[in-house]
Design a protein around this ligand. Sequence first.
Ligand code: CTP
Ligand code: MG
Length: 171
Amino acid sequence: MADFLSLILFLLPIYIANSIPVLLGGGLRLDLGMGFSDGRPLLGEGKTLRGFVAGVAGGTVAAGLLAALYPLQWFPTPGSQFLGGALMALGTMCGDAAGSFLKRRLGMESGKPFLLDTMLFLAFALVFVFPLVDASLYSITNLVFLFALTIILHPATNFIANKAGLKKVPW
Ligand code: CTP
Ligand code: MG
């Protein structure tokens, strides 16, 4: 029987890392304004250095609090849970940038909705945390739950961020 509350807590550093750049992003672009051989931006205007760093930092802080308050069964110690959460935050932001790279190569403008970029940041986070978790985390039931919840929540949080005036488009 999968423990869904633990899975939701496990996801928090990922969701926090992914949400914070909307609030704190801006300034120098992660691609430094560079283009790719196809003439399109490497990553685009939606990926900034400050957003990336703030996302990793915010996710790491969340992981530290969670490790202290709610030790999760897939990590051998709270310390490894903290480090694992930090790696997940880093993976989230790398996956987010990889999603933008892919979208630009497909000719999609910054900010256009794309299901694959939602799945990609979660997939990157799950790969980054791999060295620190018990393999039982990657059961089919858990993976289905993690991806299904993220696919449902990502558009919902984007919609709320748009209504709150934090995001230009509701996706
Ligand atoms: N953001 C940022 N730096 C990042 C990631 C996000 O500054 N590394 C900010 C940007 O203001 C961005 C917003 O958060 O517009 C929403 O992020 P996201 O949805 O990931 O970017 P998009 O604007 O949709 O661009 P893309 O199509 O490249 O995903
Ligand atoms: Mg987007």
